[in-house]
Design a protein around this ligand. Structure first.
Ligand code: SF4
Length: 72
């Protein structure tokens, strides 16, 4: 699959994960470069738009993504 369309501007990788490069690479491989449909950030982005994505939402935190969607 192609890289996630958000990768270049995803604040999660350009800010939040700067101090955790190993973990960032794991997430990037699993979600951004393989299957962004499973990414909590992408799920919120697709349904509500970029401003609705919490800056500190982890890609693997679908529970929180679902709460964000439910509260919208
Ligand atoms: S964290 Fe999610 S939204 Fe951001 S680039 Fe990776 S797959 Fe896309």
């Amino acid at each position: 699959m192609a890289d996630c369309e958000c990768l270049g501007g995803c604040p999660f990788f350009n800010d939040k994960m700067a101090s955790m490069p190993t973990m960032a690479e794991m997430y990037k491989h699993k979600y951004c470069k393989t299957d962004n449909s499973e990414c909590a950030r992408f799920v919120v982005f697709k349904q509500l738009g970029k401003p609705a994505v919490p800056a500190d939402l982890y890609p693997n935190d679908l529970d929180r993504a679902n709460r964000v969607l439910a509260e919208a």
